[in-house]
Design a protein around this ligand. Structure first.
Ligand SMILES: Cc1cc2nc3c(=O)[nH]c(=O)nc-3n(C[C@H](O)[C@H](O)[C@H](O)COP(=O)(O)OP(=O)(O)OC[C@H]3O[C@@H](n4cnc5c(N)ncnc54)[C@H](O)[C@@H]3O)c2cc1C
Length: 462
């Protein structure tokens, strides 16, 4: 696709569509929108606009479409695959000022939100009503960005991912049309499911201007356990057995020993340095949960765990899960001279131990610094790698390791990305993963966005 650079005429036209303080071509603003949290190279937009309504988005998109100017949505910029980097420049639409919670309909378990609402802020509002929005990517992500990436997190094994929580959307299409899609009914089998086409499309099919999200009740009680294993492979088998038992854990997070040692050092914890499973259960009564924990312990001991620590109080559970959530940032902080790459793959549960084995073998063989953090209950593994900035040789090794890991995940029947999205980094695996269905994705893209202005350079291989 050929795009046009922003001219003086374009700048004047776009500026007239919003208040003066909501349009910028300032260098520092462009720099701030040139890079997400990934290690992909920065690329600056030519202008940043902060819209306030679907009508404003529509005017801007309509103009950009006519002039063949790229448009890229921006939530918090916390993506890990370069998803919001404006690789073809053009306009970034920053949704941080569309951050109103419009309505909470408690008894329908629904909230209407603008795309720039940060999910933790929504949950802060909801907790007083005994409700919450479960997908939890950890970073301060916006609901628009979560919808675009189909984000998930530690609780996905029980509650599902963002796609399970979007009921209705107001979307601005590439030609500027404002389209309402979905329903406020809890279920529907009416027509094509446009909602789930938009979710996970990384802003390449339309711009989310408003969403109705599903909420759920806050669990009255929880219990947590920390379990250590002699090897990640044994831990993987325990994960499988816990899932098979029907105990329904709310989180099953597995960390490699190197990640546990780092958490101990940086967060003042005293966990045993071994492959460690963090398990959480949500339930109605403490009695029910203690029975569940007993059964989980029986399963883990049966699989040969080294230690099963339960009876954690709320404060200790929060400390451990906070450290787990903050691990990505902890890794970055503890390697100040390194660039950090976080790759994300997922496989069927039964193939999870094989994937982990491949990762460890590759990391050891290439002598790179790598941490494995897994949403093990979903067969979803993140390999977080630290490589010296500017060290070409080391980064060649890292690229080879990542390539082997992703290819292995695909060969095991998995996916190149469990939750971070395709962005820039996973485009080269799309043909292998999707085969002929990639062409149907391309046809859909052409139908929705014939001029290719919406977040170009993402999802599809060059
Ligand atoms: C420390 C750390 C931990 C993380 N852990 C997880 C995790 O556990 N699980 C997980 O899933 N992710 C995780 N992430 C990745 C990231 O937080 C998620 O992908 C999140 O959904 C991105 O949201 P955002 O608001 O930052 O969106 P951005 O990064 O700004 O944008 C994401 C995508 O959405 C598009 N977009 C933004 N707003 C709109 C809109 N209104 N309409 C259309 N398109 C739009 C952008 O163009 C881009 O393609 C983590 C990131 C970090 C830094």
């Amino acid at each position: 696709m050929k795009f046009n650079p922003l001219t003086e005429t374009d700048i004047n036209a776009l500026q007239s569509m919003v208040d003066t303080d909501r349009f910028s071509t300032g260098q520092s603003v462009l720099n701030l929108h040139a890079k997400d949290q990934s290690s992909h190279p920065r690329s600056r937009p030519e202008a940043v606009i902060w819209p306030l309504s679907a009508a404003e988005i529509s005017n801007i998109v309509k103009y950009a479409n006519a002039q063949r100017i790229p448009i890229t949505g921006w939530g918090s910029g916390s993506s890990l695959e370069g998803n919001p980097i404006p690789v073809r420049h053009g306009i970034v639409l920053d949704f941080s000022r569309m951050n109103r919670i419009l309505e909470i309909r408690e008894e329908d378990f629904q909230a209407d939100v603008e795309p720039g609402v940060v999910y933790q802020d929504l949950n802060d509002k909801l907790k007083h009503r005994g409700l919450f929005f479960p997908p939890d990517p950890g970073a301060r992500a916006t609901i628009g960005g979560m919808i675009a990436n189909n984000a998930s997190g530690t609780r996905t094994v029980y509650y599902g991912s963002t796609k399970d929580y979007v009921l209705r959307l107001t979307a601005v299409m590439a030609n500027g049309d404002i389209v309402e899609m979905g329903t406020r009914s809890a279920k529907t089998s009416s027509g094509y499911d446009l909602i789930h086409l938009m979710v996970g499309s990384e802003g390449t099919l339309g711009i989310v201007a408003r969403a109705t999200v599903r909420l759920t009740g806050l669990p009255p009680e929880f219990s947590a356990a920390v379990v250590t294993f002699p090897s990640v492979e044994v831990a993987g088998k325990a994960v499988f057995e816990i899932k098979r038992s029907g105990l329904n854990p709310a989180a099953l997070e597995l960390l490699g020993p190197e990640a546990v040692a780092l958490m101990n050092r940086e967060e003042n914890l005293d966990l045993s340095v071994a492959p460690t499973l963090f398990i959480e259960f949500h339930g109605i009564t403490t009695g029910q949960l203690s029975e569940v924990l007993e059964m989980a312990e029986e399963i883990c001991r049966g699989q040969g765990c080294l230690e099963f620590r339960s009876g954690l109080g709320r404060a200790e559970r929060n400390r451990i899960f906070k450290a787990r959530h903050g691990l990505g940032e902890t890794i970055t902080r503890s390697h100040p001279d390194c660039r950090i790459l976080s790759t994300d793959v997922a496989v069927p549960n039964t193939r999870y131990p094989e994937l982990i084995e491949t990762i460890h073998r590759e990391v050891d063989a290439h002598q790179i610094i790598g941490y494995t953090l897994s949403h093990a209950g979903d067969g979803n593994v993140h390999l977080v790698v630290a490589g010296k900035k500017g060290d070409r040789q080391e980064w060649d090794k890292i690229d080879r390791v990542v390539d082997t890991v992703v290819s292995r995940a695909l060969a095991l029947g998995g996916t190149a990305t469990g939750e971070h999205g395709v962005g820039i980094g996973k485009r080269k695996y799309m043909a292998t993963e999707h085969g002929a269905s990639l062409q149907w994705m391309q046809r859909l893209k052409s139908l929705f966005d014939p001029n290719g202005i919406l977040n170009p350079g993402k999802i599809f291989p060059e």
